[in-house]
Design a protein around this ligand. Structure first.
Ligand code: SF4
Ligand code: SF4
Length: 148
């Protein structure tokens, strides 16, 4: 049995670090319903784009990835490596028992809550998306800010 996501699931598609070039090449494909409310530089080459929905900017309304072929390694690996386990399916693709599902889901929700809390502590919630789009323009990512 191989690992295959639950149909329609997007539980793990939250804000993650993206390479600068990935953002630059794909920004026009983003789901504009996920309003950006903070951007942080994660390391030398990667950025995290937080959204009010706390979903990934490339997740569409039907829970599909808009950059599926270009999605980062972390997305390709999610569920199939020990350090990033899916709450619903084991690495071999088998559905988890109810107890294990609860355990992994609790862990996952805790991680997300921690990221949300950290973001809240940085106090950036009140800046409008336009500000963050401006930040991207400044580092050379075309956002069509004037047409937003
Ligand atoms: S890896 Fe698991 S949580 Fe993530 S989308 Fe697939 S089934 Fe859902
Ligand atoms: S890039 Fe695609 S697979 Fe990865 S978190 Fe975003 S929507 Fe999900």
């Amino acid at each position: 049995m191989t690992f295959e996501c639950k149909e329609g699931c997007s539980e793990c598609c939250s804000p993650i670090p993206f390479e600068y070039t990935l953002i630059k090449n794909n920004f026009h494909k983003r789901n504009k319903n996920h309003v950006i409310n903070e951007i942080i530089q994660y390391d030398d080459t990667r950025y995290i784009l937080f959204t009010k929905s706390f979903k990934c900017i490339f997740l569409d309304e039907n829970n599909k990835c808009l950059i599926y072929n270009d999605r980062p390694k972390i997305c390709k690996e999610f569920g199939v490596v020990i350090r990033n386990q899916c709450p619903y399916l084991a690495i071999n693709g088998q559905i988890r028992s109810e107890a294990k599902n609860k355990h992994y889901l609790r862990d996952w929700k805790r991680q997300i809550q921690r990221m949300k809390d950290e973001q809240e502590e940085r106090n950036n919630f009140n800046l409008p998306e336009m500000f963050w789009l401006g930040q991207l323009e400044q580092i050379g990512i075309k956002t069509q800010i004037r047409e937003v």
